[in-house]
Design a protein around this ligand. Structure first.
Ligand SMILES: Cc1cc2nc3c(=O)[nH]c(=O)nc-3n(C[C@H](O)[C@H](O)[C@H](O)COP(=O)(O)OP(=O)(O)OC[C@H]3O[C@@H](n4cnc5c(N)ncnc54)[C@H](O)[C@@H]3O)c2cc1C
Length: 409
């Protein structure tokens, strides 16, 4: 039984990385008078040491591209997180047990960094800071949405506390496993890689000097991403059937296995933090917009983390979506109109296609045991090492550049 119906122009369901970023990017629409609600089943404030945190802001670390920094700067969010973001100045990409190796350097690209690494808890605190008191925003949290019904005015959301929310536009930023999407009949293509990511942090005896390492082998990729001065966030891809045994091993055994995979380029590994695991799959929604509804973030696409592109792509999506909604707000158009949402999808289609294709191809090429693949990988890496143009193109992709930028503000 519904006690009360709240009415807003835009509802963002999910205050993870996708939803929280979009709220900030919609500041012009809010200033132009559109009301926005942000709903999440998790509380929006927590301490970085709390065991229970929203899924986006768990114990992982995220690689932010240079392009992401530019978007965060334009929304004044960069200043919330820059103290915790560790610059990547050099990247070494290598193939275990083979000659192929390439290096990328920020100096070659005329930027101070190729990207940044930040702990998700710090990123979350930066994205969520100040939202409870932001103008034109109603925060409903912790509040679970149990049902969505589309109607002539947009969408009606049932909230677990008995209230309902009528909205002209619903942004579904509720993650990759949304039962509400199924309820609404959105289909997802799901391709499992048969692997899992084991995520942890390690401390090394020698300082990282802002180097990141991406190392490939027949067993899959492993990434060491710099944090602090002597630490690395590690993303270690393992076959799904290896994961239980690996998790049961003690710290010394795991450190020895990691050291064996990465070698001594990072120095001696002396300690390891909490271990978290994630199944790896490419999940794509087969449609992203309908009248009054748009999917954002993992709800629209979840990528293999090997190239660290999931959130970076989502932020570019959010910036372009916000550009169209902000424009609709200024011209008095309904933000849920299908032509507003279709214009967003059309503008982002190429970026989404290219980024998804690249993050799907990398684990297949670099994780393949097929004869000849290792030689191809060597050729690719040696070619890149020798050719500044190839290096520049690869670096521009990794830096999140080379896409038509959204007009912010
Ligand atoms: C191992 C790993 C490493 C990664 N590394 C990188 C990287 O280096 N760089 C990068 O760019 N990307 C990376 N990513 C991708 C990045 O983590 C995702 O893009 C991002 O977390 C997606 O966030 P989201 O907001 O879409 O979804 P989620 O994090 O799932 O957030 C969804 C939110 O919706 C809320 N919610 C869901 N249903 C309801 C409901 N019914 N009612 C109320 N609230 C609800 C949840 O509480 C949650 O807060 C990585 C991913 C993995 C798995």
């Amino acid at each position: 039984m519904t006690d009360q119906v709240l009415t807003v122009d835009i509802t963002i369901l999910g205050a993870g990385m996708a939803g929280a970023s979009l709220v900030h990017l919609l500041a012009p629409a809010r200033a132009a008078g559109l009301s926005v609600a942000l709903v999440d089943r998790q509380p929006l404030s927590w301490n970085v040491d709390d065991a229970e945190r929203p899924p986006s802001f768990d114990g992982r670390a995220t690689a932010l591209s240079w392009g992401t920094r530019q978007i965060l700067e334009a929304t004044s969010l960069w200043q919330n997180i820059s103290d915790y973001a560790c610059a990547i100045e050099h990247i070494q990409i290598s193939d275990e047990g083979r000659f192929g190796q390439a290096q990328l350097h920020a100096g070659e690209q005329n930027t101070e960094a190729l990207g940044y690494i930040i702990e998700n808890s710090r990123l979350g605190q930066g994205l969520l800071a100040g939202l409870e008191s932001a103008d034109g925003l109603t925060v409903l949290s912790p509040c679970e949405v149990s049902q969505v019904q589309m109607n002539t005015d947009g969408a009606l959301l049932q909230i677990s506390d008995g209230r309902a929310l009528q909205t002209r536009l619903l942004v579904m930023a509720d993650g990759g496993r949304s039962p509400l999407m199924n309820q609404l009949g959105f289909q997802q293509e799901h391709k499992s890689y048969g692997t899992k990511a084991l995520v942890t942090q390690v401390r090394c005896q020698q300082p990282h000097k802002h180097w990141a390492y991406e190392r490939f082998s027949d067993d899959g990729p492993i990434a060491f991403l710099p944090l602090g001065t002597h630490d690395y966030a590690v993303v270690w891809t393992l076959q799904a059937e290896e994961i239980e045994e690996t998790l049961s091993q003690d710290e010394a055994t795991l450190i020895a296995r990691l050291q064996d995979r990465i070698g001594y380029r990072v120095g001696k590994i002396t300690a390891m933090g909490e271990r978290l695991t994630y199944p790896l799959a490419l999940i794509k929604a087969s449609e992203q917009v309908r009248r009054s509804i748009v999917l954002l973030g993992n709800a629209a696409h979840s990528l293999h983390p090997v190239a660290g592109q999931g959130f970076n792509l989502t932020l570019r999506d959010a910036a372009v979506l916000a550009e169209h909604i902000n424009c609709a707000a200024l011209t008095g158009q309904n933000p849920g109109d299908l032509n507003v949402l279709e214009a967003y999808v059309k503008q982002q289609a190429k970026d989404q296609r290219n980024t998804i294709m690249a993050s799907d191809a990398l684990p297949r090429i670099f994780g393949s045991k097929l004869p000849g693949m290792a030689i191809l990988r060597d050729a690719g890496l040696l070619g890149m090492a020798a050719a500044p143009v190839a290096r520049r193109l690869f670096a521009r992709h990794a830096m999140g550049l080379g896409h038509t930028a959204a007009k912010l503000g």
